[in-house]
Design a protein around this ligand. Structure first.
Ligand code: PLP
Length: 390
């Protein structure tokens, strides 16, 4: 990218063949759910090594549908980390359940598995760990803690398409992983999401849930079909469908996933190298995790107090140098909506400490080494070198 261009913290990478794929759909017979959705679902399931993928209209819809398939309902509890995007908690509320916030590791922002046993009750229906920044959460510990409390595990893999867990792609299960294809996520369909699973029954429930709870196949009907127009709504679903434009873009983008992930890892490695010379700053994802991380974001922890700068001041200074940055995320229990429901962010010291220091730096596949060098130089000027302030 050119030296003067605004460098956002993230952006989509859309290429000519992505555009061609969209134009082809526009010229065809289906705009909404058609053959491209099925192609995308098959390609995504194959990419992560799961039996099934169910494409929906957003990552939020994917979490909503996965919670539904896990049997989450009124009065239930769903354990979620205090650091994530709002959707991780809201999906429980959509179904009349209550998110139960768990504290996170102050260094990684990841759910602390030992919190699950502490917070679990006979109302706990699901646990939703988040692979924050694309770094896999401690799934073996989370799975066994969830199993002991009889809760389903839904991985919030919105950051983690392309990440590796125990030698397999994130999303291979069990039992369910929810992905987002928002423009800043690892691949994009503009808006879009999907759930991968190895459980065909849950996949079928989610396919009905995304389409009003409708069934059409003769074997699924409760009443004899009077004719070919007939369908039945058997429960309350929603319109959470992905359309063929989104799905065609998804198929095209999925073909680039390996290249995108390799680029993200290479740029992250370069950041790690250059930022070692910047004072008061530590990459959130340690180098040991680099080979398995999807690097949706490149986040750093900055000891702002020790450096004598504020985060807002640093962001402003970076912006003046044409560099975007962002904070992921504000602890969810701090939101007015959840405060009103009785949550106190002060009860989550790990989340507060993570939030206090974290900053996301520009990272997306179309960046080059010169972009990383420019960001590192600007940070060096603002924060100084290890052992000496600017
Ligand atoms: C982006 C995101 C979501 C929601 O995805 P949308 O596609 O924006 O609805 C859910 N969880 C996390 C952690 C996210 O970052």
């Amino acid at each position: 990218m050119s030296a003067r261009a605004w460098l956002p913290y993230s952006r989509q990478t859309v290429e000519q063949d992505d555009i061609d794929a969209l134009v082809e759909v526009l010229r065809g017979d289906y705009l909404t759910t058609g053959p491209a959705v099925e192609r995308f679902e098959q390609a995504l399931a194959a990419a992560v090594g799961a039996r099934e993928a169910v494409a929906v209209s957003s990552g939020t819809a994917a979490l909503h549908a996965a919670c539904f398939a896990a049997g989450v309902g009124p009065g239930d509890e769903v354990i979620v980390p205090a650091i994530s995007f709002l959707a991780t908690a809201n999906c429980a509320r959509y179904l009349g359940a209550e998110p139960i916030f768990a504290d996170v590791d102050p260094a990684s922002g990841l759910l602390r598995p030992e919190e699950i046993a502490r917070l679990a009750s006979d109302k706990t229906r699901a646990v939703i760990p988040v692979h924050l920044n694309g770094a896999p959460a401690d799934m073996p510990a989370i799975r066994s803690a969830a199993e002991r409390s009889g809760a389903a595990v839904i991985e919030d893999a919105a950051h983690a398409l392309g990440a590796v867990l125990d030698g397999r792609p994130v999303g291979a299960g069990p039992p369910m992983a929810a992905f987002s294809f928002h423009p800043v996520k690892p691949i994009t369909t503009a808006e879009g999401g999907a759930v991968t699973t190895n459980d065909p029954e849950r996949a079928e429930r989610m396919r009905r849930f995304r389409n009003h709870g409708i069934v059409r196949a003769a074997g699924d009907l409760r009443h004899a079909a009077p004719g070919p127009w007939y369908y039945e709504q058997q429960f309350l679903g929603h319109n959470l469908r992905m359309n063929d434009l989104q799905a065609a873009l998804g198929v095209s983008q999925l073909g680039k996933l390996e290249r995108f992930t390799a680029a993200r890892r290479r740029l992250a490695a370069r950041y790690d190298e250059l930022l070692a010379d910047v004072g008061g700053l530590t990459p959130v994802v340690p180098p040991a995790v680099r080979a398995t991380c999807a690097y949706h974001l490149y986040a750093v922890r900055v000891d702002f107090a020790e450096r004598g700068v504020t985060r807002a001041g640093l962001m402003e200074r970076l912006a003046r140098a044409g560099i975007g940055s962002q904070v992921h995320f504000i602890p969810i229990p701090q939101q007015p909506y959840y405060r009103e429901r009785g949550w106190r962010v002060e009860d989550f010291p790990g989340a507060l400490r993570y939030y206090e220091r974290v900053l996301s730096l520009p990272l997306f596949p179309a960046m080059d080494d010169a972009d990383v060098e420019r960001v590192a130089a600007a940070l060096g000027e603002a924060l100084g070198r290890p052992g000496s302030r600017p």
